[in-house]
Design a protein around this ligand. Structure first.
Ligand SMILES: C[S@@+](CC[C@H](N)C(=O)[O-])C[C@H]1O[C@@H](n2cnc3c(N)ncnc32)[C@H](O)[C@@H]1O
Ligand code: SF4
Ligand code: SF4
Length: 365
């Protein structure tokens, strides 16, 4: 898509490990068990220095430590990696659920970061609501860790996903952020709701046996308890997925969408995504759908058509991967008129200018 010399941003998945089981995170099965095909990985400081050498870091401007399957705070060498990144004049962003590591460690990270870097707190509510989506996180720990960032140089931003269960807490969340010394809260609309036959949007959360434990709803939809129970009883399809009887369905996009133009964030920012296995992708969507339970067969076919060794930092340098134009087909796919011609559904789904999901994530003031 662009040459190595033009690369400016790198999104890195430092680890595929996490303490949480968020409802729509690709790491786990509807808020329950971690997918069996996700291998635990993490960059050690020596690997990090090898893959992100002086040649790479001296020309990029921004490093995003976020990922698809893990939380950067679960990477043991995070402190050393931040120190190393700070020896370059870079902007770094860390996104975390903040329920991992000690307060001492966060204080050290906050002190190491330069003034243009930031920590994004992924906290979706308050003590009584955050854990409903961010399953497995502990409020006391989060509070302790966030407070440890006070008085450090780190810029801190709170990103809060809005649901029906926390929409009435917006004022209280803003108040809490002041109390914590966090200057701003960005409210976001979560992705990943399903739609039932009556048009009700819902997100099922499963227990470890694959049974529907609870349901979450979008911020603008209030569902009565009676309906909640009825819906829960109807969702047995989910259990079939767990028992292996489920046939993944192709993601459907209306024909009319096919003419919408694509605004590729990666191309706009000259960004690549590098996952925990050291594979290079055009963006995190490609990385998080490169798995055996993929429901977008077109993407899977496309990724399988690429020589896997040619996208791995274990075999090639980032310079070679980008300058070989490994993903040139992605860009050329955008001008195709139909999926059968080669237009990639994943790009249409996330980045079509009119309806792409990435353009509707943040609340408009
Ligand atoms: C998979 S997480 C990895 C980073 C880190 N563990 C965290 O949660 O911030 C990547 C991003 O996805 C966001 N996220 C999680 N669930 C989401 C959802 N349903 N809709 C939109 N973004 C979501 C997280 O808040 C985070 O910004
Ligand atoms: S904290 Fe991040 S990586 Fe962990 S389960 Fe939640 S969204 Fe996924
Ligand atoms: S989904 Fe496609 S258009 Fe969107 S950022 Fe990724 S490569 Fe670019």
């Amino acid at each position: 898509m662009f040459k190595f010399e033009e690369l400016r941003n790198i999104h890195i998945e430092l680890t595929t490990k996490c303490n949480a089981r968020c409802g729509n995170c690709p790491r786990n099965f509807f808020g329950s068990k971690k997918h069996s095909w996700i291998k635990d990985t993490e960059y050690t400081i020596s690997e990090f220095k090898k893959y992100f050498s002086h040649e790479v870091l001296s020309q990029v401007k921004f490093i995003l430590l976020c990922g698809s399957y893990g939380d950067p705070a679960a990477c043991s060498d995070l402190e050393e990696i931040i120190d190393y990144l700070m020896s370059y004049d870079l902007e770094v962003q860390i996104n975390s659920n903040m329920s991992l590591r000690s307060k001492e460690s966060w204080e050290r990270i906050g002190k190491s970061l330069n003034e243009k870097s930031q920590i994004v707190l992924s906290i979706d509510g308050l003590e009584d609501t955050n854990h409903l989506y961010r399953r497995g996180t502990r409020w006391n720990k989060i509070e302790e860790n966030v407070q440890a960032l006070r008085g450090t140089k780190a810029n801190v931003v709170w990103e809060c996903l809005l649901f029906s269960h926390n929409i009435d807490q917006k004022e209280a969340i803003n108040k809490k952020s002041k109390e914590w010394g966090v200057p701003s809260v960005l409210f976001k609309y979560p992705m990943g709701f399903k739609v039932d036959d009556n048009g009700v949007r819902y997100m099922p959360l499963l227990d470890s046996n694959g049974r529907v434990e609870s349901l979450l709803y979008p911020h603008n939809q209030d569902v009565s308890r009676v309906y909640d129970l009825k819906l829960k009883l109807n969702i047995n399809r989910i259990e079939h997925i767990q028992s292996g009887e489920y046939e993944p369905k192709e993601y459907k996009i209306k024909e009319s969408n096919q003419e919408h133009s694509i605004e590729c964030r990666s191309l706009k920012e000259n960004e690549v995504y590098i996952d925990g296995n050291k594979n290079v992708y055009p963006c995190c969507f490609f990385g998080s759908y490169d798995n055996p339970e993929q429901f977008d067969q077109q993407l899977l076919d496309y990724l399988h058509s690429i020589d896997r060794s040619k996208i791995s930092l274990k075999n090639s340098t980032l310079r070679e991967i980008l300058n070989n134009q490994t993903y040139s087909q992605v860009e050329s796919s955008w001008s195709c008129h139909s999926y059968s011609d080669g237009k990639l559904k994943i790009c249409e789904r996330y980045c079509s200018k009119k309806e792409g999901e990435v353009f509707h994530l943040y609340e408009k003031e």
